[in-house]
Design a protein around this ligand. Sequence first.
Ligand SMILES: [Zn+2]
Length: 82
Amino acid sequence: MSLNCVFCKKPVFGTTGVTVPGEGPAHQHCYQAHSALARTFQSLDISKLSDDELLDLQDMLLAEVNDRRRRDEGSDDEIELF
Ligand SMILES: [Zn+2]
């Protein structure tokens, strides 16, 4: 079993390592450096999505944002503040 860091390819020893989901072992500092640059949301790496999947995700996000905005506006109408 290989225990080389998926980022720098050098061996990972014991407690200094983390496991990257779907990738393998990595040094904590390499993982943090990578995470800071990567376009990941939770465990989803959006740079790995196809164009179609990315557009689907965009539609989904916009729908959710609009939905929440509408819900917020709706509650404003019902509650009289002044
Ligand atoms: Zn490393």
